[in-house]
Design a protein around this ligand. Structure first.
Ligand SMILES: *Cc1c(COP(=O)(O)O)cnc(C)c1O
Length: 381
């Protein structure tokens, strides 16, 4: 059996080595390292795939969120509603821009922001909502957009974990995740579902004026070189990363299918186990399984049980991860924002019980069988 990893980037590379090597050599040969055809081609490819008008590539997923928020002209102290149960990048950029993060609960089943919690958190200072499509499952965008319309709020979808996923509307129509709000953002960090070989990110929108502004902000606030109209930053996807993404993007649906197959194997093995809750899929979303995250419970309902499984798996050479061990509202970073004053019992409950198992595009059944047996050994003890 091959050693088990959370993500097997080496094997994935080896399976597409000729195409990747060729793409990188072409960039070296052209010596166009910043901007150029690779980058513009990639933006077009991704726009076509997602069914969105504009894709603005940038340096990483955190910048994508920052640039999106900068484009909304928010004022210091304006409130931005976001889940506490997310990767820190989502909430950090809100504070970085001197806006006020307002942390709300997630849905216990989908791990995504709870629309009812958004409703209760809206005040006269609220300007935006940032739903996160956590682990590869989309938040309830239809309800979120209704709230946004009612209160005139901007919606930025943090789609770093769900690229390629479908959102399914009540009337049966579909849109790609990240293309429903006013702006969508993503990351091409190597381990993401569409990952490059370094850092990368992108911003999506159907709004022409916003697209223009997002482009300017990512490029020092300029349209014409050396004429800077607004304060921006420097955030670029480089040509080498774009070349890698132009190869890997053609495989995204295949990669998603491989993750779904691995998830189905786990689902079947863990179904109806009293101590294990497998990932839920709501009617409004497909699941692209950026993570395969279980909720683990025993009679004591404590984090020590989950941590014991994590340690037991490690002893058996199986990596597992806790995404995330500390929710945003409990991070020291947010003490000054009154983080400790929040009462988010669902978020705390999940934080103590979630555990993510290895899932990636190159998993073998013998690896999965081994993982499943070890997990079951532990929970059946
Ligand atoms: C990875 C990730 C980001 C940040 O992306 P980087 O490219 O690492 O900056 C933001 N939000 C979520 C939910 C992520 O998973």
């Amino acid at each position: 059996m091959k050693p088990i990893q959370m993500v097997d980037l080496k094997q994935q590379y080896l399976n597409i080595k000729p195409e990747i090597d060729n793409a990188i050599l072409n960039v070296l040969d052209s010596s166009v390292f910043i901007g150029g055809k690779q980058v513009t081609d990639f933006a077009t490819n991704l726009s076509n795939y997602l069914g969105i008008k504009h894709t603005i590539p940038c340096a990483n997923g955190t910048d994508a969120l920052q640039i999106a928020m900068m484009a909304l002209d928010l004022q210091p102290g304006d409130e931005v509603i976001t889940p506490s149960f997310t990767y820190i990048a989502t909430t950090e950029v809100i504070a970085l821009l001197k806006l006020k993060p307002v942390f709300v609960e997630v849905d216990k089943k989908t791990f995504c922001i709870d629309p009812a919690a958004i409703k209760s958190a809206v005040t006269s200072k609220t300007k935006a909502i940032v739903p996160v499509h956590l682990y590869g499952h989309t938040a309830n965008m239809e309800e979120i957009m209704e709230i946004a319309v009612e209160h005139n709020l901007a919606v930025i979808e943090d789609n770093a974990q769900a690229i390629g996923g479908d959102y399914i509307f009540k009337n049966g129509s579909k849109k790609k995740s990240g293309t429903i709000g006013h702006i969508g953002t993503t990351s091409f960090f190597p381990s993401k579902n569409l990952g490059c070989y370094g850092d990368g990110g992108a911003i999506f929108t159907n709004d022409d004026a916003l697209a223009e502004k997002l482009k300017m902000i990512a490029n020092h606030g300029q349209k014409a070189k050396y004429y800077h109209e607004i304060v921006g930053c420097n955030s670029r996807l480089d040509a080498m990363q774009a070349a890698v993404l132009n190869v890997k993007f053609t495989l995204l649906d295949k990669y998603i299918a491989a993750r779904q197959k691995a998830a189905a194997y786990y689902d079947k093995a863990f179904s109806n186990h009293a101590k294990i809750t497998t990932p839920y899929r709501a009617d409004h979303s497909t699941h692209v399984y950026h993570q395969y995250t279980l909720i683990l419970e025993d009679a004591n309902n404590s984090d020590s049980y989950r941590n014991a499984l994590h340690n037991f798996l490690a002893e058996n050479n199986i990596p597992s991860m806790i995404y995330y061990p500390v929710p945003s509202h409990r991070q020291k970073m947010f003490e000054a924002f009154g983080g400790a004053d929040y009462n988010l019992p669902v978020t705390d409950w999940l934080t103590d019980r979630v555990i993510s198992l290895p899932i990636h595009t190159e998993m073998d059944e013998d690896q999965q069988e081994y993982i499943v047996n070890k997990v079951l050994d532990f929970v059946n003890k």
